[in-house]
Write a protein that binds this ligand. Structure first.
Ligand SMILES: [Fe+2]
Length: 132
């Protein structure tokens, strides 16, 4: 279970609001392991997260482009890598269900990654955006 801590706030309202929703949807996926939910339900919850990730990355990239953020291309590349990781996670679930690998990848490549990304790359963008 993750919470949007102070050091994850970037100071841009729209992005912070979206990060809060993103964290909620992430928690919905990670908490499923503890409850016994059906495969369909799990798939729906993962898709619910994926849809939001795409929407959020799009909006964040649009803000970067509009504001002439110099690291826009790099940041967008990071988002693309993440989307690929989520794709792999979905594939793993599709093939093997909530396997040990699925849980491990979910925690390492998905949850930890996004927390690190928000704390560093997004916070850095927030500073730029507020100064410009
Ligand atoms: Fe980002």
């Amino acid at each position: 279970m993750i919470t949007l801590t102070k050091d994850m706030e970037i100071g841009v309202q729209k992005v912070d609001d979206q990060h809060r929703e993103l964290v909620n949807r992430l928690n919905a996926v990670t908490s499923m392991g503890a409850n016994s939910v059906s495969k369909e339900e799990t798939e729906k919850t993962i898709d619910f997260l994926c849809d939001y990730i795409l929407l959020h990355f799009n909006d964040e990239e649009a803000l970067q482009k509009q504001s002439g953020y110099p690291k826009y291309e790099w940041h967008k590349g990071q988002h693309q890598l993440y989307v690929a990781e989520i794709g792999k996670l979905k594939q793993e679930f599709f093939m093997n269900g909530a396997s040990a690998k699925f849980t491990l990848d979910l925690n390492n490549s998905i949850v930890n990654w996004i927390v690190r990304h928000i704390k560093s790359a997004d916070v850095e963008f927030g500073k730029f955006y507020r100064a410009n």
